[in-house]
Write a protein that binds this ligand. Structure first.
Ligand code: SF4
Length: 293
């Protein structure tokens, strides 16, 4: 198999099989991320993809899900992506879900018809690392798109029938803009139709601009209490329903649920309990010890 380190995959799907069709990230500039700093974005040659698919088909002939790697494989134009998706369908005809993580901006270079065609070929679900719906925050962390882009590109996915996940990066706006980040993200996400919303708590990893800014006093990280309060505000302000809510990095409480609106009250109670009863110093120690996602 042609895999390039670091091999990051969504932990919410079966670990294998994984198929790499690109390496690295086209953007590579988010201030909180150091994942692909040493990897140049490249497209895998079609021959590599075919070789890997033959191997996957031999090892997992009954595979029902496939994760396509790496950071943002949908950055490829339709003309480059379509032959790769078609090859997947050829070698793995029994797939039920073909899934990729990607950037909101990767949808821009595709029409609704092209997206619908990719959906027809089997690309059924993508995860968008939206991180925030607040324009100040998106600009502050150098995400490379705005809340209007999120609305515009998600509407195209809705029309094309591709399901999508959205992420909320708890704490990434820092102390000063925490509540604004939560309220505006909830407002923008509530104007979309995600299948899943996932939240992770910010960790200041070595080698990231945000950590360097924090060390210079230019970024004001939230305390554990502020992180949980921000998450609570985000949840309170989400008005849409969706299939699944996921949290990780907030180790004090299990807030994962299905059917969000039916569970919302319970999640908020659980979170308030965690706010009132968690050893926040221990939580801060656990977060500080994390070296990567
Ligand atoms: S967070 Fe995602 S889009 Fe941003 S630099 Fe890292 S891999 Fe690329």
């Amino acid at each position: 198999m042609h895999y390039t380190e670091p091999l990051y995959r969504s932990p919410y799907w079966p670990t294998l099989p994984l198929l790499e069709i690109t390496q690295g990230c086209t953007h590579n500039k988010c201030k909180f991320c150091n994942m692909y700093r040493d990897v140049q974005f490249r497209m895998s040659p079609l021959e590599w993809v075919e070789e890997d698919l033959k191997e996957i088909a031999e090892r997992w002939p009954k595979a029902q899900t496939l994760q396509i790697l790496s950071a943002n494989p949908l950055a490829l134009t339709y003309d480059r992506l379509a032959p790769r998706i078609e090859l997947i369908r050829k070698y793995l005809p029994g797939l039920k879900v073909m899934y990729a993580q990607t950037r909101v901006s990767d949808i821009r270079n595709k029409t609704v018809n092209e997206l619908a065609s990719l959906r027809e070929m089997g690309l059924s679900e993508i995860s968008l690392g939206t991180e925030s719906g607040d324009d100040w925050t998106l600009s502050r962390i150098n995400k490379g798109y705005t809340s209007s882009d999120i609305l515009e590109q998600c509407a195209k996915l809705d029309e094309a029938g591709i399901k999508y996940w959205m992420s909320f990066l708890n704490g990434v706006a820092g102390k000063s803009h925490s509540i604004q980040h939560a309220v505006n993200s909830a407002k923008i996400y509530s104007m979309c139709h995600p299948k899943v919303i996932g939240t992770g708590g910010l960790v200041l990893f070595d080698g990231t601009e945000l950590k360097e800014e924090a060390e210079r006093g230019e970024f004001d990280p939230c305390t554990e209490l502020e992180l949980m309060t921000e998450l609570k505000t985000f949840i309170e302000n989400l008005t849409i329903d969706f299939e699944r809510f996921i949290t990780h990095h907030t180790v004090s409480a299990n807030l994962n649920c299905r059917n969000f609106q039916a569970s919302k009250h319970e999640i908020l109670e659980e979170l308030q309990y965690a706010i009132d009863n968690t050893d926040l110093d221990e939580l801060a120690r656990i977060r500080a010890a994390k070296k990567r996602l």
